[in-house]
Write a protein that binds this ligand. Structure first.
Ligand SMILES: [Zn+2]
Length: 374
């Protein structure tokens, strides 16, 4: 098992130096928010930070402080059995003592989950270390009621207790929540670092460069996408086929193309459903739909960009296709179609019928059929 530690996190130097500064000064805030996009290392950093806070024998000078990796506490964090390391996430409802809560789908992080798994336990003294750490994932999904309950803890946190909220959208947190926490910001991961990581995972340089651009600096998302690479389903093949066809199809082929997209969507959903047995299939399918719509959106954006900055496009590995698409979409049309893609992405959240979703979008992008000469 790979041991987590702050010095092994290569993508978030700024956030980590800020944490270490607080550590060095002995001013460690009891409530922190790790804010930033998905997949940039917020959870990994929170876990490494927790490991340092819990460690019995922190190593290094203060400026480079890190967990020792070998004490009882460090081994327990690595082994997933530390009694003072707590992770709160919305799917905990599945193991609630309340059968009604167990039966609900985990869309939000409701007050009931927070009460049972956090508020009732947060005042308990630590057992193995001198502190206890609570990481709350997807805090942007906390209901107002749950946030109000959290505030009571923030007002008088037990001295040994450290709470870290992971958040992708600060605007979803109440001003009162924000004002009681120290916010540590996490930026996108550098492109070259993502490319190196995806190449190290066994993909080609050009595939890695594509995923780095497509995921906009999310190392986690880039690795997750590139990892879908079995004999049955490969995310990269799916993307190549879609972009190729997108650059060629005409209006009379739009409906067939939409049906193909549905098939591809289904194969991705089946792949992920096999991996994530706790996540509802409709949630996974929405994610597959979003992946496909984002692919189309990125290609249309590339077509818009092509005339001015052909080297900065995301689909650099299929430049010929983007050039073809750009050849028939003027900048104004492409901009309108990008809007249309965003609109389709919003429809996914409203659970609009998948067939309709793809058909509508593809009909609007299709090139007109050649008119028969009379
Ligand atoms: Zn240790």
């Amino acid at each position: 098992m790979r041991s987590i530690s702050l010095k092994n996190i290569f993508s978030q130097e700024r956030a980590i130096s800020r944490l270490l500064q607080a550590y060095r000064a002995g001013r460690i805030h009891h409530a922190m928010i790790f804010a930033g996009p998905d997949g940039v290392g917020r959870f990994t950093t929170a876990k490494a930070w927790a490991k340092l806070l819990l460690c019995h024998n922190p190593a290094g000078t203060a400026g480079t402080a890190d967990s020792c990796g070998i004490c009882k506490s460090c081994l327990a964090v690595d082994g997933g059995s530390h009694p003072d390391f707590n992770h709160i996430y919305k799917e905990l409802n599945k193991i609630s003592r309340d059968p009604a809560l167990r039966g609900r789908s985990a869309v939000k992080l409701p007050i009931e989950v927070m009460r049972e798994f956090f508020i009732e336990k947060v005042a308990s003294k630590p057992l193995l270390s001198s502190r206890s750490v609570w990481i709350i994932s997807e805090s942007e999904k906390l209901s107002v009621e749950a946030q109000n309950a959290l505030l009571k803890v923030f007002e008088e946190p037990p001295g040994f207790c450290h709470i870290i909220l992971l958040c992708t959208r600060l605007d979803q947190l109440l001003p009162t929540t924000l004002s009681r926490c120290q916010i540590v910001r996490f930026g996108p991961v550098e492109r070259q670092k993502i490319i190196a990581a995806v190449v190290a995972a066994g993909r080609t340089e050009s595939e890695a460069a594509f995923w780095a651009g497509f995921t906009g600096g999310s190392l986690g998302a880039a690795l997750q996408c590139s990892d879908v690479s079995t004999e049955k389903v490969s995310a990269y093949h799916i993307k190549q086929e879609i972009i190729k066809q997108l650059s060629r199809y005409s209006l009379s082929e739009a409906i067939d193309f939409a049906a193909e997209l549905s098939e591809k969507c289904k194969s991705l959903t089946e792949y992920f459903a096999g991996l994530e047995r706790d996540t509802g299939k409709s949630d996974i399918n929405r994610r597959s739909q979003a992946f496909i719509i984002n692919l189309i959106c990125s290609a249309v954006s590339d077509a818009m960009k092509f005339a001015i900055a052909p080297d900065e496009i995301i689909h650099n590995d299929q430049k010929d296709c983007i050039e073809r698409l750009a050849g028939r979409l003027d900048a104004e049309t492409a901009a309108r179609l990008v809007e249309k893609c965003y609109e389709s992405a919003r429809w996914i959240e409203d659970s609009v019928n998948e067939k309709l979703l793809f058909e509508q979008l593809l009909i609007s992008i299709a090139k007109p059929d050649m008119m028969p000469v009379l």
